[in-house]
Design a protein around this ligand. Structure first.
Ligand code: UT7
Length: 332
């Protein structure tokens, strides 16, 4: 027996503190004009861990939203998949902390994943597979990130790009005759681009040391231009493959919800796919790149704003450090 999967509800949490481009002008040699023209970003949010905005706190709040929208309670969840590159702790896994914060009184499996900015699309793919084969009924997929914690505030090529936040979605079985459905997905990892975005310190290869601190190797380092090129190619290749798998044409897509890394990457991707800008959901100006959280936040806001409606054909399209990438085609 195979089951169709639909998105039952979505949610988001954005930290209260806003950091504008003008604020960053006071920290590094940059300008609001440069940042906006080259990236599309005007401001981003910065979480306050002491003020109840740890990745797990943001995840619990976004998940509560998504559960309410789905008319479900935390104990209705059968599996949690949480993507983050900034977990609260190395151990225990963040899903365990989120279960506690959601007040779950039953046990269920929790999987932490870290395909960086592609994390939500990876999570949706894994959730859909488990729901389709009947293993689990309701799966909570979360992208929660505190990238500001890994930024070098002396490096103007990276500190301007990223922000904090969380997006979540509850996926479940689509009842018989329901038009909403995840139609196809594609996930990939191209290891040849692994060197383009990294934060090597702290793992088994490079334990934390005084030298690491001196070399600033405990921060995110990025080859922006190289990543830019891989991103545009990968995003369009994956989208075409997922659309073909769903037996659809590019022109059938009503909304593209791309990873929000750079407005120029989004525009180039739209151009390569022939998807006009009015069909593309963009909120990068408000939040910058929140990694695995960009797609679920943008998707949730587009639903709230009444743009994306039930029955619309939607394309999620992501890439991230790895280089991981993925695309999902769904009828919302
Ligand atoms: O989720 C995945 C995460 N990462 C990405 O998606 C990143 C993809 N790449 C990008 O978004 C872009 O490559 C960046 C926004 C990072 C950089 O934009 P760019 O147009 O590729 O600029 P560039 O690195 O080629 O630098 C052009 C110039 C350089 O000066 P010179 O050498 O031409 O004199 C940089 O030093 O701009 C300078 N620059 C800046 N100037 C003012 C770099 N960062 C800044 C800055 N403010 N913040």
């Amino acid at each position: 027996m195979q089951y169709k999967t639909k998105i039952l509800g979505t949610g988001k949490y954005l930290p209260k503190k806003v950091l504008t481009n003008f604020d960053i002008e006071k920290i590094v040699d940059t300008s609001d004009q440069w940042i906006f023209e080259r990236t599309g970003i005007k401001e981003r949010r910065i979480s306050n861990p002491e003020g109840g905005e740890l990745p797990s706190d943001m995840a619990a709040m976004a998940s509560e939203n998504a559960l309410n929208a789905a008319n479900l309670t935390p104990n209705d969840i059968d599996l949690i998949i949480l993507s983050t590159v900034f977990p609260d702790y190395r151990l225990p896994c963040t899903t365990s902390v989120v279960m506690e914060k959601l007040g779950m009184t039953k046990q269920c499996p929790g999987i932490d994943i870290s395909p960086a900015c592609s994390g939500f699309v990876y999570g949706v793919h894994i959730a859909e597979s488990f729901i389709r084969n009947g293993t689990y009924k309701n799966v909570l997929v979360i992208g929660t990130e505190k990238l500001s914690g890994g930024l070098n505030w002396k490096d103007r090529s990276t500190c301007i790009l990223f922000g904090d936040g969380c997006g979540a979605a509850v996926l479940g079985r689509a009842p018989e005759g329901d038009k909403s459905e995840i139609l196809s997905s594609v996930i990939q990892t191209d290891h040849t681009g692994g060197k383009f975005l990294h934060m090597k310190e702290g793992g088994a290869a490079i334990p934390f040391s005084k030298e690491i601190l001196e070399e600033d190797d405990h921060y995110i380092k990025m080859a922006g231009r190289d990543l830019f090129k891989v991103a545009t190619r990968t995003l369009s290749d994956n989208a075409k493959e997922a659309i073909e798998k769903a037996n659809l044409k590019l022109s059938d897509i009503k909304w593209m919800v791309p990873h929000q890394a750079n407005i120029r990457i989004i525009e180039k991707c739209g151009e390569l796919l022939g998807i006009p800008s009015e069909k593309v959901i963009v909120n990068i100006q408000k939040y910058g790149n929140t990694s695995a959280a960009t797609i679920p936040i943008a998707f949730h806001e587009a639903i709230e704003e009444g743009k994306i409606k039930r029955g619309d054909l939607v394309l999620f399209n992501a890439f991230g450090a790895g280089v991981t990438s993925g695309a999902t085609v769904l009828r919302y």
